[in-house]
Design a protein around this ligand. Structure first.
Ligand SMILES: *Cc1c(COP(=O)(O)O)cnc(C)c1O
Length: 362
């Protein structure tokens, strides 16, 4: 079996034990004589799966009791509309910090339903940093304040949350959920597509404070109303059954690894090694200011901006079993996504490859 180290930004690597367990349970789940894919979402067997997925998520993230956990469809991008549709209950104003394409798309979608104030932006330097926030620029009566906590494309992350006072903080954690500990009580709403750190594409996690449910705008479609899903335990209609099942296996794996705090240590070690390598390189450099570097997505470029060298690097890395290292077109160069499922050995293999490539191309 030739498994590669897959540095894809998403969908991305899943832990091998999870894939093996899914394989073992594929044809006959828990003595039911059928696959989870073939099972009624109203069956006892499936009910146990979705309840266990929620229990594990709550435990792993220490989700307080006054928050609902929802398993939805539509990806992170559907949340860009669901957030304003559900939270524009009073002033219909919201603050957004523009730290990349995902934050931009979210702000553009919200602007269709209310007033969006861009509090700060890092677009002037290709989103290579998290901008300083000045409280005087915040909208005091905003219905919510929105950030993208880890910017998948640009490789930045917030190391400190903005202090939004009584205004609920909404955060997109698609590419960093469960990679480091977070204090859920600091947020009004957390959203995350699963396909980066949690499971396969198809399920989107929303963690929402209960008092933010039930104030949706009149035009909100039933399926886009958080209340619909909160009132029905994410079983109003057929949920993405199989994706939720795989997420449950990932949560079990994460728990066996020691939980999110342990995972954070491993992630800090992996990212630390890779940034050290890049900082010491005479051929490559990271694109992000050191203080805002992501633990999950590491973009880097040739020091001389040599496009041919970068293309050759990506091609030769692939031949060496290190795949999907090509950078996003807006940044160029390379990007190594090193989510929870990327083992330390994978990052070491990449570092060895970078060092060898440098020596061979002196
Ligand atoms: C990938 C990603 C999205 C978009 O997710 P989809 O599920 O493709 O809609 C949104 N936000 C962030 C931070 C992402 O990394």
């Amino acid at each position: 079996m030739n498994r590669v180290y897959n540095f894809s930004a998403g969908p991305s690597m899943l832990p091998l034990p999870v894939l093996e367990k899914a394989q073992k349970e594929m044809l006959n789940y828990g003595g039911t004589g059928m696959s989870v894919m073939e099972m009624s979402h109203r069956s006892k067997a499936y009910d146990d799966i979705i309840k266990e997925a929620e229990r594990l998520l709550r435990k792993l993230m220490s989700v307080p009791d006054n928050y609902k956990v929802l398993f939805l469809q539509g990806g992170g991008s559907t949340q860009f509309a669901m957030v304003p549709l559900n939270l524009f209950g009073k002033s219909k104003k919201a603050d957004y910090v523009k730290t990349g394409q995902w934050a931009k798309k979210a702000a553009a979608e919200a602007a269709r339903y209310g007033e969006v104030n861009i509090v700060a932006s890092s677009e002037d330097k290709v989103f290579s940093y998290i901008p300083d926030l000045n409280k005087a620029d915040f909208t005091p009566d905003a219905d919510y304040f929105y950030i993208c906590q880890n910017n998948t494309i640009y490789g930045t992350r917030y190391t400190k949350l903005p202090d939004t006072g009584n205004v609920p903080l909404v955060a997109d954690l698609s590419s960093c959920i469960m990679s480091e500990t977070v204090d859920v009580s600091k947020y009004g709403l957390i959203l995350a597509g699963a396909q980066k750190n949690v499971g396969p594409a198809g399920v989107t996690i929303v963690i929402i404070r209960e008092d933010l449910i039930g104030n949706a705008m009149d035009i909100t479609p039933t399926m886009l109303n958080y209340k619909t899903h909160a009132d029905n335990g994410s079983l109003y209609n057929t949920p993405p059954c199989y994706a939720i099942y795989i997420a449950k296996l990932v949560f079990e794996w994460l728990e066996e690894m020691g939980g999110v705090a342990e995972m954070q240590k491993i992630n800090e070690e992996k990212a630390g090694m890779l940034y050290d390598c890049l900082d010491n390189s005479k051929m490559f450099k990271g694109t992000v200011v050191p203080k805002d570097r992501s633990l999950m997505n590491v973009p880097f470029v040739s020091l001389k901006g040599d496009k041919d060298l970068e293309a050759r690097f990506v091609k030769e890395a692939e031949a060496a079993g290190l795949v999907n290292l090509k950078g996003h077109r807006t940044v160029g160069g390379m990007r190594a996504s090193i989510y929870n499922a990327m083992p330390v050995e994978g990052v070491k293999a990449l570092i060895d490859f970078i060092e060898k490539f440098e020596t061979d191309n002196k």
